[in-house]
Design a protein around this ligand. Sequence first.
Ligand SMILES: NC(=O)c1ccc[n+]([C@@H]2O[C@H](COP(=O)([O-])OP(=O)(O)OC[C@H]3O[C@@H](n4cnc5c(N)ncnc54)[C@H](O)[C@@H]3O)[C@@H](O)[C@H]2O)c1
Length: 258
Amino acid sequence: MRFDEKVAIVTGAGRGIGRAIALRLAGEGATIVVAEMDRASGEAVAGEVRALGRRSIAVQIDVTAAADRQRMVDETLKSFGKIDILVNNAGVVQVKPPMELTEADWDFVLAVNAKALFFCTQAVVPAMIGAGSGKIVNLASAAAKMGRPPFAHYAASKAAVVSITQTWAVELAPHHINVNCVCPGVVDTKMWDIIDAEMGRYLGLPRGEYMRSRIDQIPLGRVEKPEDVAGVAAFLCSADADYMTGQAINVTGGTMMH
Ligand SMILES: NC(=O)c1ccc[n+]([C@@H]2O[C@H](COP(=O)([O-])OP(=O)(O)OC[C@H]3O[C@@H](n4cnc5c(N)ncnc54)[C@H](O)[C@@H]3O)[C@@H](O)[C@H]2O)c1
């Protein structure tokens, strides 16, 4: 796969899966816009991309803010003239039993993971429609396909990502814009540090024990690395995936098979 001449926006690319996707696309030639809420980590990843010999800028953005989303598009077009790829990766997790969940918790997680993902796409598509092509990859989760009690709102937000992916896939198909999502499992990032700590408290387990129990259930027998997700995301951004749209691809080491 080569992405020479391609311009990609990756949201939440300051660390974890988003960073790995940004570096993977850059490694294969892409220009990268790091659209990240945390200014320092966004700038650091843009620096890593430039160290690979590719062009990159960081745009400090809260994906839930309409003005920020428009600025992300405007700064990308001003700097690089087009948008070929959007990776909607920014996301948040919370661990709370359903009976303790507040409306504020629900609104926060759904706003970042689902609503902002829909509207980031809406902000970017005019440029892609104008160009007559594009690739959009969304970060869903295995949680989209199997709810678990302490992740009620997270799972609902990721099921919404699958649905939003399907809607945009059909809407944008006439413009040769492919929209797919990936469903990772247990990926070794800061997000899982949070899940392990919170689930440990919830279940009364020592640090690392909940994550280990989940890894024990993975047929491929190891934790998922951000790079495992990045490889599949890169494929979906490539011409090899031109005949795929509206799909939700599991990347779970065999844990999820439907
Ligand atoms: N880690 C996993 O096991 C796993 C599994 C399935 C799906 N996912 C999904 O993959 C994506 C990336 O996860 P990760 O594990 O790398 O998470 P992470 O917490 O390590 O990184 C998330 C990044 O998104 C940024 N971000 C958060 N809210 C933002 C906002 N409002 N605007 C802009 N940026 C924001 C954060 O600053 C951070 O850099 C998320 O959508 C997550 O739900 C993760």
